[in-house]
Design a protein around this ligand. Structure first.
Ligand code: CU
Length: 77
């Protein structure tokens, strides 16, 4: 299991947060109950199973929603 920390482009409204959260929740390998999206700092944190999904795929899913990922890191848990 890995813990991801993503710096997103500045989130403008709470519905951005909701959209990103819903997308992450639906992704295989992302631990839904660990997802935290911080509106004020435009950050996303969550745990994921690196045997099921990688960070690049998750970034792409966020990009497909129309949001840029400025920085992404993951550390082992
Ligand atoms: Cu919005």
């Amino acid at each position: 299991m890995k813990a991801a920390n993503l710096q997103l482009e500045t989130l403008i409204c709470p519905s951005c947060v909701q959209k990103i959260e819903n997308t992450l929740k639906q992704m295989d390998g992302v631990e839904a109950d660990t997802i935290k999206i911080m509106f004020n700092s435009s950050r996303a944190r969550f745990d994921f199973n690196e045997e099921v999904v990688n960070l690049e795929t998750i970034e792409k899913a966020i990009n497909n929603l129309g949001f840029e990922v400025l920085k992404a890191s993951a550390r082992n848990k």
